[in-house]
Design a protein around this ligand. Structure first.
Ligand SMILES: [Zn+2]
Length: 175
C-alpha cells in the first residue's frame, strides 16, 4: 500500500507544546482504505497535537459534508458531519508496541525508535465513526421531511387496492 507523506508528522523536530495540522479530505483519501458507504466527501480535519515527554495528546476536529443514500427514500442527500475525538499516543519500547496496540481504542503506542506519527488511519477511523447510524433526509424549517415526496406518499398511503400507485405517479412525471 502506498501512503502519502502528507499524513506523516515528523515529531522529533517539533517543540514541546501545541501544534496544529489541517487536512482537507476528499474521496481520493479513501482509496487506501475500505471503501466507505458515502462519497462527494468534503471534510476539514483540524488536528491539534500537544507534544509532551514521551507522550502526544491528539485532538481531531472533524467538520464537513458527505453524500449518501437515505435509508427511508433511497435518494442521495448531503449529510453534515461534525465531531471531535481525542487520542493519546505513548512512546514505549519497540518490542512492546504490537501487543499494546490491541488493548485500548483511545490510546495508541509507537516505538521509541520511531520519528514519525502516521495519522491517516486515525483520520479514516474518526471520520467513519462520526457518521451517524441513521441516514435520513433532515426535516425542513417547518418540520416536514425533505425525503423524495413520491416515495413518502407511497410509504404513507400504502393502499392494498393500488399497489402500483407509486409507479403510476412516476410514469406521470416521466411522461
Ligand atoms: Zn429520504
Amino acid at each position: 500500500m502506498k501512503h502519502s507523506r502528507e499524513y506523516e508528522i515528523a515529531f522529533v523536530g517539533l517543540k514541546p507544546g501545541h501544534h496544529v495540522f489541517n487536512y482537507t479530505i476528499n474521496d481520493k483519501f479513501f482509496e487506501h482504505f475500505e471503501k466507505p458507504e458515502f462519497n462527494n466527501t468534503s471534510i476539514e480535519v483540524k488536528l491539534t497535537l500537544d507534544k509532551k515527554q514521551g507522550i502526544f495528546l491528539l485532538h481531531f476536529d472533524i467538520n464537513g459534508v458527505i453524500t449518501l443514500p437515505c435509508d427511508r427514500c433511497g435518494d442521495d442527500f448531503q449529510m453534515p458531519l461534525w465531531d471531535e475525538f481525542d487520542l493519546v499516543v505513548k512512546q514505549i519500547d519497540d518490542e512492546l508496541v504490537a501487543q499494546k496496540n490491541d488493548e485500548d481504542a483511545e490510546v495508541a503506542y509507537i516505538g521509541r525508535s520511531e520519528s514519525l506519527l502516521r495519522v491517516d488511519t486515525w483520520i479514516y477511523e474518526f471520520i467513519v465513526l462520526s457518521v451517524p447510524m441513521q441516514h435520513i433526509h433532515p426535516d425542513d424549517e417547518e418540520g416536514n421531511s425533505t425525503c423524495n415526496p413520491l416515495v413518502l406518499k407511497y410509504l404513507n398511503n400504502q393502499n392494498p387496492d393500488q399497489p402500483n400507485g407509486l409507479w403510476d405517479d412516476l410514469k406521470n412525471i416521466t411522461n
